[in-house]
Every structure is written in C-alpha cells, then in structure tokens.
Design a protein around this ligand. Structure first.
Ligand code: NAD
Ligand code: UD1
Length: 351
C-alpha cells in the first residue's frame, strides 16, 4: 500500500502524519476544507523535507474540498487514478473537535463528523478502497477510578463531540459486518501535544484555546496571563487532573504502524489506544514546561470544569503488541518542541 488519502491533512495531527508518510516514501493525497487550518502547514512540510534532503517530487497532492460533498471526495480519487497511483487506504482525520462548541452546536458536529464519514465510506466503496484508519478519541470512554483504560473499558461519551466518535466507530463496525473486505482501525488518541522538533509545524488553535497545553504555550509567550487550574481536590497525587499526554510525532508514527498492520493482517476491524500509558498531572506538566524551557507559567486554582475527570490514562499494550508501536518521546520532549513551535510562531501560521 503506497498511496494514501489523508482527510484533514492540513490540521494539527494530519500535517505531522503527512510529514511522516512522505518521509517514509508514501504518495500522499490531502483533502481539506481548511475550516480549522490553512494551506501553510502543508507548505512547511515541504520545507522540512527539503532541509532533511528528502525528495518528494510529485508525491504530495493537495485538494481543497469538503468531505461532506461526495463530489469533492470523488475528485481526489479521480486525480489519483489519473496519476496511475490509485488511493489504496485512507487516514481519516477530518472533523470538528471542540468539546465546548459541540455542546452548543450538536447538529453541526453530526454534520461534519458523521455525515462527512458517511460520504467518505460511500466513495471508498465506489472506488474499491477498503482500508481506513480512523481518528477516534479516548473521550468515548467513561472514566471510572484511577486505573488505566484498555480498549474493553466501558464506553460512554459525555458530549456531542464524543458521541459522534462513538457512532462513527459503530458505523464502521456495521460496514465491516456487511462486507468483510474492509480493513479498519479505530485509533483512540489520548492527549496529543507537542510539535515537530523543527518548530515549523505545530498546533494552531483558532481563538482562545480550551485545552491545557495550548494554553500553557500561550501563557509562556505572554499572550495569556495565567493558567486557571480546574480544581485542586481531585483524588490524585497532587489534587490536579491527570492525563496521558502523547507527542504528536509519536502519534504520527502510530498511523504508519497502523497502515502496516492493515496490509499485513487479514481483513478486520479493531480499536487501538494511542497513549503513552503514563499519567501527568496539571501541576507536573506546568512544572516540567517551566524547567525545560526556563520560563514562568503563572497559575491560579479555580473550581472544577463541568464534566471533567480525575484520571484518563491509556493501557497501550495492544498498540505495543499489535502495531509494534512504542512511544519514544517523554513530557520533556513535548514541552520543548511545543515551546519552540510557539515562540517561532506566536500567531500560529498567520504572519
Ligand atoms: P484539526 O482541527 O487540527 O484538524 C482537522 C482538519 O480537518 C482541519 O484541517 C480541518 O480544516 C479539516 N476538516 C474539518 N472538517 C472538514 C471537512 N468537512 N472537509 C474537509 N476537511 C475538514 O484537528 P486535529 O487535532 O488534527 O485532530 C484530527 C482528528 O483527530 C479529529 O478527527 C479529532 O477529532 C481527532 N482527535 C483529536 C484529538 C486532539 O486532542 N487533537 C484527540 C482525539 C481525537
Ligand atoms: C478535553 C475534553 C475531551 C477531548 C480533549 C481533546 C473535556 C471535559 N474533555 O480533554 O473530550 O477529547 O479535550 O480535545 O472537555 N485544565 C485546567 N485548566 C484549563 C484547561 C484544562 O486545569 O484551562 C486541566 C483539565 O482539568 C484536565 C487537564 O488540564 O485535568 C487536561 O485538560 P484538556 O487539555 O482540556 O484535555 P482533557 O480534559 O483530557
């Protein structure tokens, strides 16, 4: 399998994955509407590869298009056919991901995430393409006590965004049950942070971020005054929430391993966690960021956020055994690379 369609390839995780795919020699087709991104990260990918003396020739094809329109998806499949390099697998990132917005605009989330995926699967069937890696999320789990979550952990998303991920997984299960040509991996990401070590591509949230790490980066460069820590009385080692932060480059590598698994194994559908298996508290993340980057991150404690959880950490043994994937980067790398990206690009990809 050499030719891959990456939906949402201009986004945070998509752009890092495109970079890793191109570096590995894959032919990459990107379909993105830029609703939450821009063409710039894809231009930066070419710069990074040039610096690393990796020739991509015509291996990167980009089409601006909306996944909810079957005609746009067909266009990219047709382009690939004309190049004589038909799309053999899809890595499906495109979708909306803001939990807070999904609470207020639930139908918009069903439209982009669920309808977009339905259109994609229909076109894939039409073009005889049966391999897909889907961006799912740990948000579909119902966290319980302070124990690692494996793939059999109880499901129970608590917001419309999470529900869309949950129903897409269900839909993919039905797709496989109805036609066993499908090879499907649902990758359930934990908390992706960090950036490519070049500092050229990274996370560029629109407006004021809601997630902890982008907020820390913006406090570090003085765009935001302080972090509001949501609660200091959680049942954790220091009273602040614990998460499984994973470096975006390790995550990208996980997609390459997932594609390899899809080709080498029999048709199937499986769910695989991508996390490090290591929990880090809010205070630990702030302290590590301060130490590694020699900056001050002021913070204050406030009340708990509605719907929040104490402890969300992956059991990643399935990814290790099935995908032969072991994350290489630790919290220090994540803080170092994220900060480099942010100081080089204080306004994200905007000049
Ligand atoms: P992102 O917003 O940076 O990237 C998503 C990309 O999809 C953007 O470039 C956007 O323009 C594009 N897109 C959205 N709707 C589209 C449509 N209808 N047609 C074409 N393009 C469209 O998000 P990300 O952080 O890179 O996340 C990628 C995927 O991973 C998403 O599906 C997200 O739900 C999932 N995920 C992300 C996280 C996280 O914390 N970042 C965690 C778990 C799962
Ligand atoms: C949140 C979403 C989750 C989504 C994920 C990635 C909620 C309840 N969960 O997860 O569904 O998949 O983002 O988009 O919204 N924190 C602060 N102050 C802040 C922000 C966060 O103290 O200003 C704390 C949180 O309480 C938590 C940790 O930092 O303990 C991480 O928060 P965040 O980055 O929002 O990620 P999740 O809560 O894991």
């Amino acid at each position: 399998m050499n030719s891959i369609l990456v939906t949402g390839g201009a986004g945070f995780i998509g752009s890092h994955t495109c970079l890793s795919l191109l570096k590995k020699g894959y032919t990459v087709y990107v379909l993105d509407s830029y609703i939450n991104s821009s063409p710039v990260p894809l231009q930066r990918i070419s710069i990074i590869l040039e610096k690393e003396n990796v020739k991509i020739d015509d291996k990167l094809t980009i089409l601006k298009g909306d996944l909810r329109k079957e005609s746009d998806i067909k266009k990219i499949f047709e382009i690939a056919l004309k190049k004589n390099k038909p799309i053999e697998a899809v890595v499906h990132f495109a979708g909306l991901k803001a939990v807070g917005e999904s609470n207020k605009k639930a139908i918009k989330y069903w439209d982009f995430n669920v309808l977009g995926t339905i259109s994609l699967l229909k076109v894939m069937e039409d073009y005889d393409c049966w391999n897909i890696v889907f961006s799912s999320s740990a948000t579909i789990y119902r966290p319980k006590k302070n124990s690692l979550m494996d793939e059999n952990h109880e499901l129970g998303p608590s917001n419309p965004y999470g529900v869309t991920k949950f129903v897409i997984e269900k839909m993919l299960n039905d797709a496989f049950r109805s036609n066993q040509k499908w090879r499907i991996i649902n990758l359930r990401y934990f908390n992706p942070i960090g950036a490519h070590p070049s500092g050229l591509i990274g996370e560029d949230p629109l407006g004021i971020p809601n997630n902890l790490f982008p907020l820390i980066m913006q406090v570090a460069i003085g765009k935001i005054n302080e972090i509001k820590i949501f609660g200091k009385d959680w049942p954790t080692k220091d009273g602040t929430g614990i998460r499984d932060y994973i470096h975006v480059m390790d995550l990208a590598e996980g997609h390459l391993k997932a594609l390899e698994f899809l080709i080498n194994e029999k048709p199937q559908i499986c769910n695989i966690n991508l996390g490090t298996g290591i929990g880090t508290s809010v205070l630990e993340l702030i302290k590590t960021f301060e130490k590694i980057n020699n900056v001050k991150i002021p913070y204050v404690f406030t009340g708990r956020r509605k719907g929040d959880n104490a402890f969300v950490v992956a059991d990643n043994s399935l990814a290790q055994s099935n995908l032969n994937w072991i994350p290489k980067m630790n919290i220090e790398h994540m803080c170092r690379d994220g900060y480099l990206w942010q100081i080089n690009n204080p306004n994200g990809y905007l000049k």
